[in-house]
Design a protein around this ligand. Structure first.
Ligand code: URA
Length: 179
């Protein structure tokens, strides 16, 4: 139990709970408002995030920023974190053991920020936060109530970049533009 997010972050930055610490450049703890009502949870840092120490700063992050802007939000009003805080090599899916090792950091982030809404970005976060057999194609956008919070999952922005047909018209235009 930590009393505040800065204390938690300081500890997390020296984490060696799993093998991902061997290959990381930076721990990507999370960014945003410490009292955010909405928290977005991605999968894990990619190359740009690993280099800069901040979540969603590459192409997928640009699309996420566009998605936020469309609903009048930006990074200062929300909080963004990932399931795992260190980059999995070659951007592979984080292993179950890595997710388990990292989960206590995220659990504490959620407890301290206490958001009313959690938005899972992609299947990996949805499988952990909503249900293990979550099907993103069928169940994205559906709300669930859990521990007094509303939770739902959206397609991961990287998946929208790969297949813009999954997004709505405005986003499709931007993703198609190479946003
Ligand atoms: N994809 C994620 O899931 N998280 C990031 O921070 C970047 C890309």
């Amino acid at each position: 139990m930590y009393t505040n997010l800065d204390e938690l972050k300081a500890e997390c930055l020296s984490c060696r709970r799993c093998q991902l610490c061997e290959t990381r450049t930076n721990v990507v703890f999370g960014v945003g408002s410490k009292s955010a009502e909405v928290m977005f949870i991605g999968e894990g840092p990619g190359e740009n995030e690993d280099l800069q120490g901040e979540p969603f700063v590459g192409r997928a992050g640009k699309l996420l920023d566009d998605m936020l802007e469309m609903i009048d939000l930006d990074r200062s009003k929300i909080y963004i974190a990932n399931m795992v805080k260190c980059r999995p090599p070659q951007n592979r899916d984080p292993l179950g053991t890595e997710q388990d090792a990292c989960a206590p950091w995220l659990t504490e982030q959620i407890r301290l920020i206490n958001p009313r809404i959690i938005v899972c970005l992609g299947r990996i976060a949805a499988m952990r936060f909503i249900k293990p057999d979550f099907k993103i194609t069928r169940e994205h956008g559906q709300w669930t109530q859990r521990d007094g919070r509303m939770i739902m999952a959206l397609y991961h922005p990287a998946a929208l970049l790969r297949d813009p047909r999954r997004s709505n018209d405005k986003l499709r235009l931007r993703a198609g533009d190479g946003a």
